[in-house]
Structure formats: C-alpha cells, structure tokens
Write a protein of this length. Structure first.
Length: 279
C-alpha cells in the first residue's frame, strides 16, 4: 500500500513539473559569415507621412547587419518637396529624380524600397508600403553566395572627393555588368511630415547627394569576368561650396561612398554586390 502511495506521489510530482511554465529560448541572431553586401535603395521624402517608418526600418537593418547592408535614401520629386514655412532644406536633386522616375522601377507610392533591385513582382524591383517586410528580403538575399569582392577607397583632398573602386570576381561571371557609385550624407536635421503632424528634429540619413556614375544603371563595366579577374575604377568630384541656402552644406565627416555592381539584362539589372566607405 505504501509503495502504491509513493508511485502516485511520483506521478503527481511529474505531472506538476511537466505543467510548469518554462521560459522560451530564442536562439541568438547569427549574422552572415560571408562578405555579401546588400544594397537598400529607399524612396523617401520630407512630405511623405509614412516615410519615417521606412527610415526607421533601414536603420534597424544597418544596426543589425552593419557589415552586410548599405543604404541610400532617394529624395526625388514625389512627396519630397520641402514642408512650407518649416523646412530648412530641399533634399531633392536631379540624380534622385532620374532614379525615382525610371519606368522599369515603376514607383507608385512611398515609402518604398529596392533591395539589390531584385525582382519582386512581374519584373518590378519595388517593394511598396511595407517597411516591416524589407528585412525578409534582405535575409533571403544574404543567403546567396557572394560572387564578387568589392571595396572602396575614398578621401577628400582640397575640396575634391577622390574615389577608387576595386573589384575581383570570386566565380565566373558571364554576361555584362554595370558599376554604380553614390555619394550620401547623414545627420542632417530638419522637419519631416508624419501621420497627423510634423517632426521638427527628424534626422535624415544616407541622403543621396550625387551619383558619380550614370543613373539609373551605372557605367558599363567589363563583360564575361572569369574567376580572379579584377578591375579598378577612379572618380573625382569637387564638393560644391556656393550653394543655395536651401541646399544642405557638404560636410565631409558625414559623407559615405556606396558602390554596387549589377548584372545587365532583363527588365531590371539585379545587384550582385555592394560596398560602402565612410569618409
């Protein structure tokens, strides 16, 4: 009888322990180990009420994947005009307008982004109105093998920006390729529209200031690269000093050079590798 009671007690103890709430174990985030770098081209604007969410998502991804994500914020014509009687600056420029108006990108609303210009729907690379999903696309693209090593040297000497982009094929790369090079600037504080109000001290980051290559697809690069093939391209740009008061001052310490190589062909030219270099 005593043994039966002991068995019952043990069973009850087991059932109680089985019902205890145990903490959920979430595995630590493991960043990619390859040198693959994904480019986010974010379409945004000071007059776009939903765009702060897009900017926040880009910053989240850059903080999470600092070695695997580069970003450019494109202020074209649509919803990018300064806020009347509030904005100090006008972030619009010709290069941004060309990118925004490229027919094959089919931009229809903001916030929106291209991530490595990869095809999202029927040949279109634009991800519309859904910043929370951008991370999913980045994650999937970072699973791809790195095909190209890409790096940048950049300095400013006597007001002249000097940029050198280096590339080496890690696999055979048949076909035609393009090289794009952007100059961006961060830490510019100004007004930004949001839902129902404005933010007076919004920080604009990765703002596209200048493309050193043809837009929207960059300059023609070498064709039919073989594993081990390398290339080097040089660019210079004199930083403007005589600016309209509405144009932000060029601050060297806040500049970054972003480069990409894309595969030519099809409706869009998907990017196979990006790189970035802060000055």
């Amino acid at each position: 009888m005593k043994s039966i009671k002991n068995i019952i007690a043990l069973v009850c103890l087991y059932m109680l322990s089985a019902c205890e709430e145990k903490p959920l174990v979430i595995p630590d985030f493991v960043p990619p180990t390859s040198g693959k770098v994904v480019l986010i081209e974010e379409f945004t604007g000071a007059s776009c009420t939903g765009c702060p969410a897009g900017a926040a998502k880009v910053e989240d991804l850059l903080n999470l994947l600092p070695n695997n994500v580069a970003a450019v914020a494109i202020h074209g014509a649509f919803l990018s005009e300064p806020i009347a009687n509030k904005s100090k600056y006008d972030f619009r420029n010709e290069d941004a307008a060309v990118l925004e108006q490229e027919p094959s990108f089919a931009l229809q609303s903001k916030p929106a982004a291209m991530i490595d210009r990869s095809e999202v729907f029927l040949g279109q690379p634009i991800i519309k109105d859904s910043p929370p999903s951008w991370g999913n696309f980045v994650e999937e693209l970072l699973k791809e093998d790195q095909e190209l090593e890409l790096s940048i040297d950049a300095i400013v000497d006597n007001g002249v920006l000097e940029v050198t982009v280096f590339g080496t094929a890690l696999v055979d790369l048949p076909g035609n390729y393009n090289l794009g090079v952007y100059v961006t600037q961060s830490h510019i504080v100004d007004y930004q529209k949001t839902n129902g109000s404005t933010i007076s001290d919004f920080e604009f980051n990765h703002f596209l200031r200048k493309s050193l290559t043809s837009v929207p697809y960059g300059n023609i690069l070498d064709s039919d690269l073989v594993i081990g093939d390398s290339f080097e391209r040089n660019f210079t740009f004199t930083l403007p000093t005589d600016l309209d008061p509405m144009i932000p001052e060029w601050k060297v310490e806040d500049l970054e050079v972003v480069a990409y190589v894309s595969r030519d062909g099809g409706t869009v030219a998907p990017i196979i590798q990006a790189a970035k270099k802060k000055l």
